[in-house]
Design a protein around this ligand. Structure first.
Ligand SMILES: *[C@@H]1O[C@H](CO)[C@@H](O)[C@H](O)[C@H]1NC(C)=O
Ligand SMILES: *[C@@H]1O[C@H](CO)[C@@H](O)[C@H](O)[C@H]1NC(C)=O
Ligand SMILES: *[C@@H]1O[C@H](CO)[C@@H](O)[C@H](O)[C@H]1NC(C)=O
Ligand SMILES: *[C@@H]1O[C@H](CO)[C@@H](O)[C@H](O)[C@H]1NC(C)=O
Ligand SMILES: *[C@@H]1O[C@H](CO)[C@@H](O)[C@H](O)[C@H]1NC(C)=O
Ligand SMILES: *[C@@H]1O[C@H](CO)[C@@H](O)[C@H](O)[C@H]1NC(C)=O
Length: 486
């Protein structure tokens, strides 16, 4: 308490110079460097005020105010430094406030400045302000080139550069993007104390990087500057052939194959080929589509190849087309499946919807059959199963479990012959629900001989044929017929 009073007392007794501890401004701007003389009681006499800049530890005079001789601002500062208070320049001046105004700041103005009062009889009193000069950087983001080409040899390439030039203090650069890549950073210090920050963003150009956005975020002091670019990557066509649904059966109408290509720049040429053959004569080629006019015949089978070319290169799509005698999927809800044959629209719809429905039905029937099998006592038909597993890569139909394809039983019944025309009729459907799960059709024994001669295109899986007295089970196992009939 006592010492506190003494401090205050001293402050009033001894004259002092008040200044801001630090000041800052941008290049080109104007700052005030405050200097206030607090006189003592009784007051001392001010004989001169000197502003000095401290450079490398040595003091250089900037401005002087003298009560008798007037005001002097020294050469390098003449144009840019002035005393704020007009009273400093009066004939009988007041020198209590000798604040100076620094205009058009330069980077070289950054220094410590001393405001020194020479008094009588108290002697010199002084204080210091640190002046900091900021330089706003110029920031820009550039694409390395307007278009980048995705090359086969996957090499990291600089796609964009972000530069924040001549900033003081230095900027911080970050990137914001969904692109997988990496950034390099480089800082260059200039003579005048500014710093140029440069960052390159590198990616492996690919189809996936095309049209991706890349944002550069520059933080300068508390400011954020963002700039974005969108990549334009050129790449070879990515080709696939659409249209073969694995269900091209005899007499189906208006089938077509379309060559779909994702490419930048767009595909200019589509070329169709049939491996080991020539494109059937009833085919019409329009741009990227093959239209097969008229009904489907076995002649259409083969491996179709589409070459798509753009400015970057050529890539190939392939589809193996094979033809079945009958449609290989039948909608469960349709009581008369033969109608599908005469109604291509329904058949096409069935091809899509049937897959889903067959899946559902398969689950239900699996449960149903499991129960039935334990009690089954009915007779067995003699059937030949023709398996139409013609699924191309583009077909999208699910694969089915392996199964025996040629089961022959001696006890051929007349009933079966009638019902076997198109495979699944009401009774067959009910008695042997497995037909639903699998895309094969039964044909009559009697007809099967010419059938085999006609359909060279069919391939049978080289599975061992089952003995006549064996019966396949839904779980893929095989039991003897004798066992079954017990
Ligand atoms: C002014 O700058 C000098 C040197 O950079 C430093 O030592 C000093 O503490 C600074 N003074 C203030 C009041 O910031
Ligand atoms: C300060 O001193 C350093 C060496 O000590 C010198 O390189 C620099 O140029 C000097 N700066 C000025 C403004 O004189
Ligand atoms: C600082 O130096 C750089 C490089 O010499 C120059 O481009 C820039 O304009 C300078 N900045 C200022 C504020 O003088
Ligand atoms: C198809 O042609 C290629 C060569 O063009 C040949 O290697 C291949 O054996 C042929 N395939 C058939 C089934 O003829
Ligand atoms: C086929 O290409 C021509 C021009 O090459 C275009 O005018 C026409 O619309 C295209 N047809 C289809 C079905 O894409
Ligand atoms: C149909 O073609 C596929 C290949 O696309 C082949 O795996 C399958 O065995 C063929 N089916 C028939 C019945 O020839």
């Amino acid at each position: 308490m006592f010492s506190c009073l003494i401090v205050r007392f001293t402050a009033v007794v001894w004259p002092m110079v008040q200044m801001d501890p630090s000041k800052s401004g941008f290049v080109g701007s104007q700052v005030e460097l405050r200097c206030i003389f607090v006189n003592s009681n009784p007051p001392v006499k001010i004989s001169q005020v000197t502003w000095q800049k401290v450079v490398n530890g040595t003091k250089h005079n900037v401005a002087i105010a003298n009560p008798a001789l007037g005001v002097s601002v020294l050469p390098p500062y003449k144009e840019r430094v002035s005393f704020k208070q007009a009273a400093v320049r009066h004939r009988t001046p007041s020198l209590e406030d000798t604040t100076i105004v620094f205009s058009n700041l330069q980077l070289s103005d950054e220094a410590a400045y001393i405001c020194e009062y020479t008094t009588f009889p108290a002697g010199n009193r002084e204080n210091t302000v640190n002046l900091t000069v900021f330089a706003r950087p110029s920031t820009r983001m550039t694409l390395t080139s307007p278009t980048i080409v995705a090359r086969a040899q996957k090499r990291k390439t600089t796609v964009a550069t972000c530069v924040s030039a001549n900033g003081k203090p230095p900027s911080i650069i970050r990137w914001d993007t969904r692109l997988k890549g990496e950034a390099t950073f480089q800082e260059t210090r200039n003579q005048n104390g500014t710093v140029t920050v440069r960052s390159n963003y590198m990616v492996i150009p690919s189809r996936e990087t095309h049209k991706q956005k890349l944002t550069c975020i520059v933080t300068y002091r508390s400011e954020k500057i963002t700039d974005s670019v969108v990549l334009n990557v050129q790449y070879e066509p990515e080709v696939k052939i659409e249209g073969f649904d694995g269900n091209w059966y005899l007499n189906r109408q208006n089938v077509q194959l379309t060559c779909r290509a994702d490419a930048n720049p767009p595909v200019t040429v589509y070329q169709w080929k049939l491996l080991n053959g020539s494109i059937p004569s009833n085919v019409e080629i329009k741009n990227n589509t093959l239209f097969f006019r008229g009904p489907v015949t076995y002649d259409l089978a083969g491996t179709y190849v589409c070459d798509a070319t753009n400015g970057i290169g050529t890539r190939t799509g392939i589809v193996d087309v094979n033809i079945t005698e009958y449609p290989n999927n039948l909608p469960v809800e349709d009581p008369d499946p033969s109608s599908d044959l005469h109604n291509p629209g329904a058949a096409i719809g069935g091809a899509v919807g049937g897959v889903v429905l067959l899946g559902l039905a398969a689950i239900l029937l699996f449960v149903f059959l499991r129960r039935r099998q334990r009690t089954f006592k009915g007779d067995y038909s003699t059937k030949k199963h023709v398996f139409g597993n013609g699924y191309a890569k583009a077909g999208g139909l699910p694969a089915h479990p392996p199964m025996p394809k040629n089961l022959q039983y001696p006890d051929d019944s007349d009933d079966e012959k009638k019902s076997a025309q198109i495979g699944v009729t009401g009774s067959d459907f009910d008695a042997d629900g497995e037909d639903l799960k699998r895309p094969y059709f039964t044909v009559d024994e009697g007809e099967s001989r010419d059938y085999d001669e006609r359909t060279l295109a069919f391939q049978y899986d080289p599975e061992p044929e089952l003995a006549d007295d064996m019966i396949s089970q839904t779980d893929g196992s095989v039991i003897s017929k004798k066992e079954w009939y017990v």
